[in-house]
Each structure stands twice: as C-alpha cells, then as structure tokens.
Design a binder for this molecule. Sequence first.
Ligand SMILES: Nc1nc2c(c(=O)[nH]1)N[C@H]1C(S)=C(S)[C@@H](COP(=O)(O)O)O[C@H]1N2
Ligand SMILES: [Mo]
Length: 239
Amino acid sequence: MSRELDRRRLLGRALAFGAASLLPGCDYDHLRHPDLADRALTAISRWNDRVQAALFDPRTLAPIYPASAITRPPRFNAFYDENQVRVVDGATWKLELSGLIADKRPWRLADLRAAPQESQITRLICVEGWRVIGQWGGVPLGWFLRRIGADLRARYVSFHCADGYYESIDMESALHPQTILALDFLGKPLTPPFGFPLRLRIPTKLGFKNPKSVVALGVTNVFPGGYWVAQGYNWFSGS
Ligand SMILES: Nc1nc2c(c(=O)[nH]1)N[C@H]1C(S)=C(S)[C@@H](COP(=O)(O)O)O[C@H]1N2
Ligand SMILES: [Mo]
C-alpha cells in the first residue's frame, strides 16, 4: 500500500469515527447520561482533531475542476434563511485584526483589492449532505498573514462574521496555498448571501469552516472554537 493510500485510509477512518459521533437520534446510553457521554464525545472529537492535524499534508491540494463543472445556480446555506441575510456596506466595511499580529491596522476593501489575487474552481461540501463546485477568487491567506506580521507559529486563526457566526482554523491549514480570503465568485464581487465583501474559502475543509461576511480576523494560541463546533461538530473537519 502506498504512503498516500495509507494516509487516505487512515484519514477515512478518522473521519468515519468523527461522523459516527454526530449521528442524530440514536438510542444510545448517552441519552440517559448526557453529560458523561457529551464529555466523552468531546474528548474523542478533540482526539480526532489531533489525528486529522497530524495526517494533514500542507502540500496536498484539494481537487480542482473545469469551468464546465461549476454548479449553477450556487447553493446558499447559513444558520438562517436566505431572505434574512444582513447586507454589509462595502464602503464602511473593515477587516479588524487582533491577537498575535505585528501590524493590526484594519484593512479596507480597496486594500485587499490591491493585494495579489488567486482564483480556484473547487468543491464545497456541507455536512447536510450536498456539495457544490464554484469559482472563488481573492487574496491568499498565507500572503495576508505574512503581510500583517502574524506570528506564524501561533496555533489558530479565528474569524468573526457580520451575522454573529464565527470559526477558526489551524495555522497549517491557514497557510495552505488554496486557502484564500475570497472577494469574488465567478469573477465578480461576492453577493451578500454568499459572503460579501469577504469570506474564507478553504477547499481542504468542510463548508461550515468557510465563514462568510467576515469582519474580524485573529491570530491566537487560545482555542477559539466555532459556531458548529459549539454544537458538537468536529473542529478540524478536513474534507
Ligand atoms: N457568516 C456565516 N458563514 C457561514 C455560515 C453561516 O451561517 N454564517 N454557514 C456555513 C455553512 S454551514 C456552509 S455549508 C457554507 C455555505 O456556503 P454557501 O452559502 O456559499 O454555499 O457557509 C458557511 N459559512
Ligand atoms: Mo454547512
């Protein structure tokens, strides 16, 4: 068995194990001992995070697709309905910076537009059981973190959104070449439902780790968690 296959099998098992801890409505003993079971499952999930982080190879690229494979129309998802999306004003919007960063001056949209841009046609997978292929363009997060003098040895990069959503990723995934601060979808500025003016686009992780309408970015060694992680989803959530 090749090293790559070996890695994939192990990863598959780690993911399956993680997924099993999320099965809803099962008549397990944990229904009678919710606290104990919750703590055990959280411990398993955190162990799972460590296994996934150890298996993550920052050189492995997520699959890329031809333009003909793009899903039209795109599919919206959030913890509310599309007609409840709050519209961010691009003219006054700022990306606030905090934590282990040398230059914490906020970035405006024009500053980000002037930075190097990357475009990718990749797949977004939602834990609800659907997937879409889209084309996102924007500033590589690794470039951005270096530019602001982020401590690249820190463990986490966190994101806060206009709608109160929040997420965080490990530094290695943040520095992955396909991880971008996306400004564009199909070559045009993101629309409000899909994360205007800026969303994280990280094709090596599940959909919920792609926060939309980001307003603040932090670099930290203190585990920041995330909206769905707080509901019991696995944090690393590679895809
Ligand atoms: N701000 C914000 N970002 C978010 C969410 C959210 O509720 N609010 N939902 C996440 C989930 S669960 C998914 S699957 C993707 C969906 O992205 P899409 O609307 O581009 O398909 O956005 C993620 N980012
Ligand atoms: Mo999702």
